[in-house]
Design a protein around this ligand. Sequence first.
Ligand code: C2E
Ligand code: MG
Ligand code: MG
Ligand code: MG
Length: 278
Amino acid sequence: IAMYRAKEAGNNSVQFFKNEAHETLSKNMKIESALRQAIEKKEFILHYQPLVDLNNQTIIGVEGLIRWNHPTLGIIPPSEFIPIAEETGLIIPISEWVLDAACQQIQQWQDSGLPPNNIALNLSPYLFEIDGLVETIQRMIQQYEIKPKLLELEITESIMQDPDRALFILKELKSLGVSLSIDDFGTGYSSLSYLRRFPIDTLKIDRSFIEDIKNDDGVLVETIIMMATNLGLNVIAEGIETKEQLQFLMDVSCPIGQGYLFSRPIPGEDIPNLFQKL
Ligand code: C2E
Ligand code: MG
Ligand code: MG
Ligand code: MG
């Protein structure tokens, strides 16, 4: 479409669009080859963001979030490389690294008698399209002797596009004993019937709803919390940045929250300190 419109506007703009597409392509290829090296050299780190019980303001767990610690560019956020990792299949070794690092971290906290014991991790929808996801997670749990229920796997609604396959894999994951959350809830697939049919434990209300909570989205947030509670699901509000947002969420009995108001994602070694402070 862009090419067609550009043609209408004249030859120069055709050239412009071609160059832009070319630049994006070669930029992505550069990122891809840098990513391959990053995997080999293990240039990734996990940061952890606390999940907070809103009733008594205690930390009940953490979410592990990947960063690419690039030797010259510094810390690169997941939004910059996860999409390319998904397109190229590199998401598979990267996800294995994440699982391994997180399980190692849980084991370390467990052994030192420090909380937190449980970690939430993001699973790319791409991993549902290939074989071996369940086996890999099972292997990690066994290798690090993790209590499976301490591992909370976050998936997005997009996997429901293939509901039969999604249900099959979710049931297998569930049989390992792990917990399952729907991340960014409210932004994806619109049929809600999967909430009853699928073995889901927790809904994480997307940050965009919390951002606008004082306005129109407040009633949506309240309704999601009521619905989740009535379905016997746990609820987490993502992206709490202000005291006003926190107050609103407490007023509508939201049990758990996450956001910059409590803490940004931080390195694992700083997490035990946070427990002492909060
Ligand atoms: P997500 O799973 O929804 O994670 C929450 C994101 O919101 C994180 O961004 C977190 O830093 C940010 N956030 C938390 N509280 C606040 C807040 O109060 N305000 C604002 N503005 N932002 C907040 P991050 O770490 O950049 O991660 C972005 C996304 O990248 C994640 O969204 C997740 O979808 C993906 N991601 C992160 N780590 C992994 C991973 O290990 N594997 C995969 N497949 N995806 C990952
Ligand atoms: Mg998440
Ligand atoms: Mg989210
Ligand atoms: Mg997300």
